[in-house]
Design a protein around this ligand. Structure first.
Ligand code: SF4
Length: 324
């Protein structure tokens, strides 16, 4: 066995150190926070703009939908089906739309996720980290990574096209700026809560900008909003199950998916060969050499069945938690 194959095959499962779970703080949402969000919506809808709500079924967009409906708005709901959703997502979204009496439109990319990744790069490491990785490794590793283009191709553009097709001209999103990630925080400083997106010729408003995690949880609890069914099977996030946005952290979605939906995990790691990309990132090796080493070990299928933990993280020692 060559040195790289030996190094890959010798890794044992990374045991995540025991940590007392962070205390979940649930904050009561202050009246002025809600008023501030409504003020952004009011500003976004003048003069006579027609809103649609970019809805994922996750916590933030559920809060925004409830808040808008309680304030008397009736947005068209647009759900971008990423083709990487937990079973039950569509049903969950349809039932929420029906409970508010709203029109639901489903947007879907004309590319499959795999076609998107082959064209623009795999969705790994997070937006900023993927950019930095590409600056150092472009053209040298036999593959590319790009989280921003994946999001744009799979969700953002299809949702905005559907927005316009539905006769709407302002898209309301549940983005929370810096509370989502640093890149969004920077963008929010640049664009503000309401801006015209020239590239897609559309207005975009982010009324939840500035809301903290505890306030989102507080609003959900206080208003008894329904929970996505995948949460009960252990899913930490709703949406793209194959996203490697946090794959260098101990709560990597790939490790979660291995336990919550093994069939989908196998499809991604073995059939779509996502496992090769994870190993290439972890061992900082060219895809060709990883492919040869995996062949020596017995193939992706062999690894998936006998050493599945090798696909959990893109670092030998993952970083604790998930620092957005
Ligand atoms: S969340 Fe991840 S997998 Fe989903 S569209 Fe964005 S980058 Fe791609």
């Amino acid at each position: 066995m060559n040195e790289l194959a030996e190094s890959i095959a010798s890794e044992t499962e990374y045991k995540i150190p025991f940590r007392i779970p962070d205390k979940i703080t649930i904050d009561v949402v202050k009246k002025n926070k809600i008023e501030q969000s409504i003020a952004i919506i009011e500003r976004a809808l003048k003069p006579n703009r027609k809103p649609c709500l970019a809805f994922s079924g996750g916590s933030d967009s559920s809060v925004l939908l409830d808040l808008m409906c309680k304030a008397g708005y009736k947005p068209v709901i647009i759900w971008a089906d990423s083709q990487m959703e937990y079973p039950g997502t569509q049903k969950h979204i349809e039932s929420i739309a029906a409970s508010y009496g709203l029109d639901l439109k489903i947007a879907i990319s004309n590319r499959t996720p795999l076609e998107q990744w082959e064209a623009t790069g795999w969705p790994m490491l997070g937006k900023m980290a993927a950019r930095l990785w590409m600056q150092k490794n472009r053209g040298m590793m036999g593959f590319t990574i790009n989280v921003s283009e994946c999001c744009r191709g799979i969700k953002i553009v299809p949702a905005r096209l559907m927005t316009k097709k539905s006769g709407c001209n302002v898209q309301i999103t549940g983005q929370r700026g810096k509370a989502d990630d640093n890149l969004r925080g920077l963008r929010n400083i640049k664009d503000g809560d309401l801006y015209f997106q020239v590239k897609d010729n559309i207005w975009v408003a982010n009324p939840l900008n500035g809301w903290m995690d505890g306030e989102i949880k507080g609003y959900i609890q206080e208003n008894k909003l329904p929970e996505h069914p995948a949460r009960t099977r252990g899913a930490k996030t709703i949406g793209c199950v194959y996203c490697g946005g946090g794959c260098q952290y101990t709560n990597s979605g790939y490790r979660v998916l291995r336990k919550t939906w093994p069939e989908a995990w196998y499809r991604f790691m073995v059939e779509w060969e996502g496992g090769l990309i994870i190993l290439a990132l972890r061992h900082k090796a060219h895809l060709y050499h990883i492919r040869m080493a995996v062949k020596e070990i017995g193939g992706l299928d062999y690894i998936a069945k006998n050493m599945p933990w090798l696909f959990d993280f893109t670092r030998k020692k993952p970083i604790l938690g998930y620092n957005k």
